[in-house]
Design a protein around this ligand. Structure first.
Ligand code: HEC
Ligand code: HEC
Ligand code: HEC
Ligand code: HEC
Ligand code: HEC
Ligand code: HEC
Ligand code: HEC
Ligand code: HEC
Length: 437
């Protein structure tokens, strides 16, 4: 009796082990089939290195000298489409910036002129955007641009809008040892190259993977769209869209075909969805101004050229996920908030004028506290409040925006009155009546 019981137990255990193994094999087979069929969702890491057995001499030698580059590029869709190292790097001996290398000539940093051979539309759109020459002019000024580039700059419909020179003063004051790692690190996205072409695609498309996933992730933009004066990244993180990304983004179709994205690929938007992607009815663009209605970065925001068309395009993106009523209400409220911030900045200009008009300020920018107070008010907190409104970051609208503006305003009034007091002038109240006049 005892023995039979034991035997039964043995049979039971063996049977369960076999069943478990069978299920495991089934699951593995399912995973493999799944992996094969979901080719569009394959992560870049899972792609084969198409250059692994290449006999190209650039590849063979660089696989030894810079294996990282060959490894990365070998996994790109461009390598899979037979685009080689030479297509981007090789130039004639007399090409501006050419370096003699291994019996030929190469560019160390391929320019947009190289990309343009195959990506005409993207380069043309990029050139029409503020990521191109306007970003460079923002610190370098337009005075030294050769005439051809000056023409290109002036032909950008919303490009030459440049209402404020205060930051150029900072650029000059800080000097090249600093600005190389500061202003230029971000604004060189639009720097002209020796061959006359403009910009650096690799500011967003990290070489040598050129991966759709990488450029669609919001972290790509946070290289530059971050910090107290343009915290779009921080704002996005606290928005409902950013929370959807942080909590569910691992299931989104990061590698989906460009130009045909919809809500099954991205149930909530990233920066790229709203500002670049072909999404729903909208087509892909590298002209980031195409969907914007205000110059939000300006001290006092004004409308962009053809802004109504831009609104239609941006709302076309929202409309894939929100109803028209919701979107229109949002835009009406956000317009009103933008105008309110404008009012506060205009008032701060009037307050400052009570010292300026009396000759109580030096001409030198950023040499006395009052310059910083006024700059902080609009450049940091005013802009942040506007960005927070438009991209749904309540904390940035409130505690890093409106509240800080009110605080800076109180400081500004105190500082202006101190100067007036020292000069023997009457102190001012800056009440509603004062601003009416
Ligand atoms: C026999 C080996 C070898 C071959 C072949 C070779 N490279 Fe290089 N390459 C190197 C080494 C080593 C360096 C780093 C030292 C240097 O700059 O020479 C380098 C540097 C470079 C640089 C950076 C240049 C700079 O001055 O910063 C580029 C770009 C480059 N190679 C592209 C290419 C391309 C494109 C090809 C094919 C046309 C190629 N290489 C063929 C070995 C090679
Ligand atoms: C699609 C265009 C493209 C292709 C194809 C390409 N590169 Fe590059 N490569 C770039 C760009 C853009 C840069 C400059 C990036 C920067 O400066 O930020 C660069 C930089 C480099 C550099 C110098 C930068 C460094 O970090 O040392 C080397 C070396 C190089 N590439 C080698 C190669 C080799 C080898 C291949 C082929 C396996 C290749 N590249 C294919 C676009 C390309
Ligand atoms: C010789 C032609 C050629 C050159 C030069 C070239 N590309 Fe490409 N590129 C292609 C082709 C072809 C594809 C499409 C690959 C695919 O989707 O199958 C592509 C795709 C891309 C993609 C999309 C990748 C993806 O997975 O969808 C990016 C981004 C890109 N290229 C950037 C650049 C940049 C930046 C440069 C210049 C530094 C450049 N390319 C130079 C031919 C080129
Ligand atoms: C961390 C990256 C970063 C650094 C560093 C940086 N900027 Fe910017 N800057 C930006 C971004 C991003 C914008 C766009 C904000 C927007 O459109 O809302 C911008 C906007 C501007 C603008 C307004 C747009 C225009 O063209 O008139 C000016 C001017 C400017 N920056 C100048 C400078 C100067 C000068 C410095 C250095 C003292 C500097 N920036 C440092 C990223 C940076
Ligand atoms: C400011 C960031 C940024 C810069 C700079 C940039 N791109 Fe892109 N690019 C993107 C984003 C975001 C996408 C993906 C859009 C989407 O989600 O479909 C993209 C997509 C692409 C694609 C795939 C588009 C398609 O239709 O297959 C190509 C090709 C490309 N970029 C080329 C370039 C070239 C060439 C340059 C330089 C002139 C450049 N990009 C500069 C952000 C950038
Ligand atoms: C290398 C730095 C850099 C990166 C990376 C970058 N940007 Fe920018 N961006 C800038 C600068 C600088 C400006 C301001 C240019 C100006 O107006 O002078 C700007 C401006 C913009 C604007 C306003 C354009 C206008 O017409 O006023 C938008 C929208 C924008 N960027 C979106 C993005 C998105 C989305 C990404 C990521 C896919 C991104 N950027 C990545 C530097 C960058
Ligand atoms: C839900 C869509 C959406 C997302 C996601 C989004 N934005 Fe925006 N963004 C907007 C809207 C709407 C505006 C204001 C449009 C207007 O002026 O009419 C705006 C404005 C901007 C501006 C200001 C341009 C100016 O006039 O100064 C920049 C820069 C920008 N966004 C960058 C980013 C970056 C970087 C991210 C990701 C970290 C991001 N956006 C995420 C919709 C979005
Ligand atoms: C791909 C889909 C998608 C797109 C495109 C999109 N949203 Fe959203 N949005 C969502 C999701 C998902 C939420 C979070 C769920 C919710 O609160 O309704 C959300 C939430 C919001 C909220 C917060 C609602 C609340 O109750 O807190 C606002 C405001 C908003 N979106 C505005 C916009 C605007 C404006 C645009 C276009 C510039 C836009 N969205 C584009 C999917 C999207």
């Amino acid at each position: 009796m005892e023995n039979k019981h034991l035997a039964n137990w043995r049979i039971l255990i063996i049977a369960s082990v076999i069943t478990a193994l069978f299920i495991a094999v089934l699951l593995m087979a399912a995973a493999i089939v799944n992996g094969r069929t979901q080719t569009t969702a394959v992560h870049a890491d899972e792609r084969v290195n198409v250059l692994a057995n290449s006999t190209d001499d650039c590849v063979e030698c660089h696989a030894r000298n810079t294996p990282g580059i060959v490894e990365q590029y070998g996994h790109s869709t461009m390598a899979a489409a037979d685009v080689g190292c030479r297509d981007c790097h090789e130039v004639s001996a007399d090409y501006p910036g050419a370096i003699e290398h291994q019996g030929t000539h190469v560019l160390n940093q391929p320019t947009t002129a190289m990309c343009q051979d195959c990506h005409q539309a993207e380069v043309a759109q990029f050139n029409q955007s503020r990521h191109a020459l306007p970003a460079y002019v923002a610190y370098a000024g337009a005075q030294d641009l050769p005439s051809e580039l000056l023409m290109q700059y002036e032909s950008i419909p919303e490009g030459s809008f440049n209402p404020d020179q205060m930051r150029n003063a900072l650029f000059a004051k800080e000097g090249p040892e600093i600005t190389k790692f500061a202003c230029q690190a971000c604004h060189d996205v639009g720097k002209p190259a020796a061959d006359g072409s403009v910009g650096e695609c690799s500011s967003c498309h990290l070489r040598h993977e050129f991966s759709r996933e990488q450029v669609r992730r919001p972290e790509t933009c946070n290289a530059c769209h971050i910090g107290p004066d343009h915290p779009q990244w921080e704002i996005y993180q606290e928005s409902a869209h950013g929370i959807a990304y942080a909590t569910g983004g691992h299931n989104w179709h990061w590698e989906a075909e460009t130009g045909t994205l919809d809500t099954t690929d991205f149930p909530a938007p990233t920066c790229a969805t709203c500002h670049f992607a072909g999404f729903g009815t909208q087509s892909t663009t590298h002209d980031t101004g195409d969907r914007l209605s205000w110059y939000l970065f300006a001290p006092v925001s004004t409308r962009r050229p053809a802004w109504q068309d831009n609104v239609t395009r941006m709302q076309g993106v929202c409309g894939e996920c929100h109803n028209p009523n919701f979107i229109n209400t949002f835009y009406t409220d956000a317009d009103a908030a933008t105008e309110k911030i404008n009012e506060w900045v205009i008032e701060s200009d009037i307050i400052l004028a009570a010292a300026k008009d009396e000759g109580l300020l030096t001409d030198e920018p950023f040499d006395e506290t009052i310059d910083f107070t006024h700059f902080n008010l609009w450049h940091h907190w005013g802009r942040t409040a506007k960005f927070g409104v438009w991209m749904q970051g309540a904390d940035y609208v409130q505690w890093h925006g409106a509240y800080e503006m009110l605080h800076e305003r109180a400081e500004l009034i105190e500082q202006v009155n101190e100067k007036r007091h020292e000069a023997g002038l009457e102190e001012l109240e800056f009440n509603a009546d004062y601003f009416e006049e």
